[in-house]
Design a protein around this ligand. Structure first.
Ligand SMILES: Cc1cc2nc3c(=O)[nH]c(=O)nc-3n(C[C@H](O)[C@H](O)[C@H](O)COP(=O)(O)O)c2cc1C
Length: 376
């Protein structure tokens, strides 16, 4: 029935082969084939998350998604140096491992878990195998967070007919991504939920990321590929604002996190519906990389700690606490990823309706004109 649907096309649609300029963020633990397929079938770009996923699991998810949709889709990987080249955790400082476990042990005690002292395991390098799967399966779009695939991998993807989308937090990284061959750049403002997409992790004292309204036009002026706005967008108002800033589309994370098809634990979704944007904060202490979460017992327990382990060892130290928090269905002991925009999220719609409503509202604003006071 797509011929019955309203038309809203930008250059992004031509580059990605989609009907509408709306991308659903690949989100680790949240964006599986059921969510991505709904977004694709509604005309947006659905993306599955391949973060720390083995090749067989990734291939199975891609095939499941293909069974659910015949439209273009994406696969997302986080490409930070720590996953390209994982350092053995045997090299971690003993005293630091002891200190971080002391904090985690207090949380374990709250939950009735046994205290732990051992260093977290070294995570194998999964990125090379993931790219093999992406190329073999001829995935239509590859999307990267926290790093640049680089010219060689990008050329390999392009040879296989795969478009690349790279998320950045500043115009310098946008230029780097375009130099490597990125087809699309996502400009991620500081209000975004989940991990900050830094290519290099800034020290906390110099964490001065720009907001979406400032960053998007700066990146638009810096690069000659379509730019997508991310951070704070949940509806047609955000889409029209992004287009006015020169972006060719939007990427939404928090909005799709709070949908029926999202794999986020129910307790996480429920907390997002209640929480205000002012309750979110950026911390590197849950995973070793900066991420925006809703404040809770775990973010508070780590608040005054200065040194933590690198990604993903810091995440693994917290993993048993997060898993128990999730299975106990209580919101204080799991990471509540979410953007500043959660204060405006009050329902749990179907993901396809998010796309349709966003398009309808944007077309309404664009065609009826944005209210101006006509008389003097
Ligand atoms: C729960 C959650 C998980 C995320 N996981 C990823 C991920 O695996 N890869 C990625 O590139 N970005 C990830 N992001 C960041 C998003 O790509 C995006 O920048 C952000 O959600 C946009 O801001 P918004 O939340 O205000 O829409 C995640 C975001 C959330 C909320």
């Amino acid at each position: 029935m797509s011929e019955m649907r309203p038309v809203l096309r930008t250059e992004l649609c031509d580059v990605l082969g989609v009907e509408y300029p709306i991308i659903q963020s690949g989100m680790g633990g949240v964006a599986g084939p059921e969510l991505a397929a709904e977004v694709c079938n509604a005309g947006g770009l659905g993306v599955i998350a391949g973060l720390l996923t083995g090749p067989d699991q990734l291939r199975a998810a891609i095939r499941e998604l293909r069974e659910r949709t015949d439209r273009p889709f994406g696969v997302n990987l986080l490409l930070l140096p720590e996953v390209w080249d994982p350092q053995p955790t045997s090299g971690l400082d003993d005293e630091l491992v002891e200190r971080v476990h002391a904090i985690a042990n207090r949380l374990r005690e709250d939950l009735g878990l046994e205290p732990l002292t051992e260093r977290p395991p070294t995570v194998p390098q999964l990125v090379d195998a993931a790219f093999d799967v992406i190329v073999e399966e001829r995935v239509p779009v590859f999307s990267a967070g926290l790093g640049d695939p680089g010219p060689d991998v990008t050329a390999r993807l392009h040879e296989a007919g795969i478009r690349t989308v790279v998320m950045v937090t500043n115009s310098g990284d946008a230029l780097r991504a375009v130099d490597s061959g990125a087809d699309v750049v996502v400009a991620q403002g500081m209000e975004a939920g989940g991990h900050r997409s830094h290519f290099e992790m800034p020290p906390e004292k110099t964490l001065r990321d720009l907001g979406t309204f400032t960053l998007v036009p700066e990146v638009v002026d810096a690069v000659d590929v379509p730019v997508v706005a991310a951070g704070g967008v949940i509806d047609g108002r955000g889409l029209v604002a992004a287009l006015a800033l020169g972006a060719k589309g939007v990427l939404m994370g928090s909005r799709f996190l709070a949908t029926r098809e999202s794999r986020a634990p129910e307790v996480h979704k429920k907390r997002l519906l209640e929480a205000r944007g002012e309750e979110t904060l950026v911390t590197a202490r849950l995973t070793g990389r900066y991420a925006r979460v809703v404040e809770n017992a775990i973010s508070n327990a780590w608040a005054d700690v200065t040194d933590v382990l690198p990604f993903p060892a810091q995440f693994l130290v917290n993993a048993d606490v997060f898993a128990l928090g999730e299975s106990a269905n209580e919101p204080e002991h799991l990471p509540l990823w979410g953007g500043q925009v959660i204060g405006r999220i009050a329902d749990l719609p179907w993901a396809g309706d998010v796309v349709a409503d966003t398009v309808r509202q944007a077309i309404g604003l664009l065609s009826d004109g944005i209210a101006l006071r006509a008389e003097a």
